[in-house]
Write a protein that binds this ligand. Sequence first.
Ligand code: HEC
Length: 153
Amino acid sequence: MTTHQSRRKTPHRQPRIAQQAALAVLVALGAATPSWAADQGAALTQGHADYLIYCASCHGAQGQGDGPVSGSLKNRPPNLTYLQQQEPEGKFPYQRVMNIIQGNPDYAQSYRTHGPADMPVWGKVLTEDSGDRESVAKARVRNLVEYIKSIQK
Ligand code: HEC
């Protein structure tokens, strides 16, 4: 039994400097550890770190769609913790989420989220931020998907 009725929502605003420092560390890690996705714990840590940098501003620090800029968007960012529950078979839609994040061009056309307006195409951004090393970018996208999978209700 808990005495706290609900967790208070606190806006997590990461100071920009901290974000940049985190990113520098991630990029350095990527250089030193080509197989950085091998370990699941490391994958989640990495995914979470990238999530806070690239996604939390819209989707919220806890993935609940309540990030600081969510209110000023045309389309509200969805709560990402219900993706699994929303599936008819209750299975986490791994490939779909991967396509959404990467901005797979075939897929993006049929999905307005990845229209240029509201949700940036992260495959490209992550590739650039990984020194154009596609294998590193792919691992980071996978880690993001793993992280989102780990926050399902
Ligand atoms: C600029 C705001 C913004 C950022 C930053 C952003 N998103 Fe989104 N995202 C959205 C919006 C808005 C939608 C839904 C729009 C729509 O209805 O077309 C969405 C949709 C999604 C969906 C689809 C959910 C569903 O119900 O099918 C996923 C998954 C997702 N985002 C993941 C991410 C991840 C991972 C990141 C970080 C790499 C990210 N988003 C960054 C705004 C953002």
